[in-house]
Design a protein around this ligand. Structure first.
Ligand SMILES: Nc1ncnc2c1ncn2[C@@H]1O[C@H](COP(=O)(O)OP(=O)(O)O)[C@@H](O)[C@H]1O
Ligand SMILES: Cc1ncc(COP(=O)(O)O)c(N)n1
Ligand SMILES: [Mg+2]
Length: 533
């Protein structure tokens, strides 16, 4: 169900694209409206507002995504526990589903409390009638306080009908155990086996959450995509204000998917989001019971004065990837920032500053100036190699080569919010980049180039092999320009999202004109290629 690389340009990007083509402005403002990333939460209301529908609304708001709601049950709930549950008749759940799904361009559906078999049935029917791009299933059964929210009677229909439609299912230990007939889950190795068995029920990905894992000093979750496991760890925050972690995690995954993230990246961001929310909430005091709620909007409050991007990475940003070169800028008498501005005005969708012979202090100054230009236009800016410069100017991410800082180290230094790209020539390197937590790979040199010394070429065949093996989106690089860009893009793998260029932009008299021509050619070729496949 999930299109791994769905794309939603931010308003800033749409403006940047519209700047060079006044004819598109009417259509553009219409498409901004249509393409607002939208999560529909099908879940129960929590009167205490830490979990359920309320957690989903707050989480999506904090992540910059629209959230609509279909309410399956109204619970009387507070920090002590659940005092009452009133189930919404399935006919009325069906009516709510129809109202939202028939009208509102939902991107991702996230489910929480589904208290009866009848409600799961009407949800299945609605999803078949109105397909969406992804389905995130949080198989809510018991609240953190230990109260039952959905009984064992729903297990069969969950296993047989809902899970096979899910792009990801996110059980906690008790829920995983219930899905598997009550087996004991006490260790990370048990969590792995559980993830595998639940995957056999049909969902494309499984995340077994270890918030309740006894005697573990980290909060460990196990992700399984049917082939590989990934162990996601974070600090265990010492707090009782953890009511709503599961709902927030699942709705954050849904929000990131709606913005175009890949599954594992969405999960990583969501885990970090929950960890941060727990940390910020640890000292709040709401209610007198043992299960205090998360303060979901802490991130928004913290970011109120920050200009950093709400949407961290959209694979479609790779479409026209401009890589700067100081020699060329010197030759044409331009500052790096002026070159970057011209590239963006022509339609560059992402910028990488690659300054091999600029002194550190000058590089940092230039990076700050370029970042201002990029932020103004909503275009992400990455730094080549230099993690220190990226950290110092708060760039959107880095691009590293095989002999630079390993991507997993870059990830641990930069955190999950930043974009990381890795240069890869082989399927093995592409696989390692995914394991290391990269967001995309750059693959080449496709053709020979003189902007990189001693760089072997892999040709179109090599590029295709890497794309087919890569779970990450790919940008092609090396000697690409107007004359050969069509053959690169026509190669066709779904994850080949764009081309990176240096000389074809920066060694030309008018950067914006070249960018405009390249942008048009790449986007048109991508459209016809994907329509043909
Ligand atoms: N004290 C904690 N510190 C950090 N992360 C936590 C903590 N408790 C739970 N988590 C994380 O919150 C998410 C929800 O997990 P869990 O509490 O197991 O699910 P649920 O809320 O559905 O019971 C998981 O990513 C888990 O690792
Ligand atoms: C209405 C409703 N839905 C879900 C939960 C699960 O809460 P948690 O996120 O703590 O597992 C809840 N307590 N109430
Ligand atoms: Mg919990």
């Amino acid at each position: 169900m999930l299109n791994q690389f769905v794309s939603f340009p931010e308003p800033g990007q749409m403006q940047a694209l519209a700047m060079y083509d006044t004819n598109v402005s009417a259509a553009t403002s219409e498409s901004i409206k249509e393409r607002m990333p939208h999560v529909l939460s099908v879940a129960g209301s929590d009167s205490g507002a830490g979990a359920g529908i309320q957690a989903d609304l707050k989480t999506c708001a904090a992540r910059g995504v629209y959230c609509s709601t279909v309410i399956t049950a109204v619970t009387a709930q507070n920090t002590v526990g659940v005092q009452g549950v009133n189930i919404v008749p399935e006919k009325f759940v069906s009516e709510q589903l129809k109202s939202v799904l028939s009208d509102m361009n939902v991107t991702v559906v996230k489910t929480g409390m589904l208290p009866t078999v009848g409600i799961v049935k009407v949800l299945n029917d609605s999803l078949k009638q109105f397909p969406v791009q992804a389905l995130v299933v949080d198989p809510v059964m018991v609240s953190t306080s230990g109260d039952v929210l959905a009984g064992p009677s729903i297990l069969d229909i969950l296993r047989e009908q809902l899970l096979p439609m899910a792009d990801i299912v996110t059980p906690n230990l008790k829920e995983a155990s219930a899905l598997l007939g009550g087996i004991k889950l006490q260790t990370i190795s048990d969590m792995r086996s559980a993830a595998k068995s639940i995957h056999d029920m049909g969902p494309r990905n499984v995340l077994v959450k270890g918030g309740d894992l006894p005697a573990s000093s980290d909060a460990v979750d196990i992700f399984f995509d049917g082939v590989e496991f990934c162990e996601l760890r974070s600090l265990r925050i010492q707090t009782q204000n953890s009511h709503g972690t599961g709902c927030s995690l699942a709705s954050c995954i849904a929000a990131e998917l709606a913005k175009g993230s890949q599954m594992l990246q969405a999960v990583r961001v969501a885990k970090h989001y929950v960890e941060t929310a727990l940390d910020y909430s640890k000292d709040i005091h709401i209610g007198n019971g043992l299960q205090g709620p998360l303060d979901h909007l802490c991130k928004l409050k913290r970011n109120v004065h920050s200009s950093s991007r709400l949407q961290r990475f959209n694979p479609d940003d790779l479409l026209l990837y401009a890589v700067t070169d100081s020699k060329m800028n010197n030759k044409w008498g331009r500052s790096i920032a002026a070159a970057v501005k011209a590239a963006i005005e022509g339609g560059a969708t992402i910028i990488q500053l690659r300054e091999k012979d600029t002194e550190t202090n000058n590089f940092l100054e230039a990076a700050k100036n370029c970042l201002e230009v990029c932020r103004l236009h909503g275009v992400p800016m990455l730094i080549n190699d230099r993690i220190d410069i990226a950290l110092a100017c708060d760039a959107d991410g880095v691009h590293v080569g095989q002999s630079d800082m390993p991507a997993h180290v870059a990830r641990s230094l930069l955190g999950p919010q930043k974009i990381i790209g890795v240069s890869c020539k082989t399927p093995e390197q592409a696989h390692q980049a995914w394991v290391d937590g990269a967001d995309y790979i750059g693959s080449g040199g496709v053709y020979s180039t003189n902007t990189k010394a001693n760089n072997s070429t892999i040709g179109l065949d090599g590029l295709k092999t890497v794309c087919l093996a890569s779970k990450l989106p790919v940008v092609a690089i090396g000697g690409i320009g107007l004359s050969n860009v069509r053959s690169v893009v026509e190669l066709g793998p779904e994850n080949l999202k764009g081309v990176a260029v240096v000389s074809a932009l920066f060694d030309r008299e008018c950067i914006a004109t070249e960018a405009r021509k390249l942008h048009t050619l790449v986007s048109e070729t991508l459209k016809t290629t994907s329509a043909a496949s």
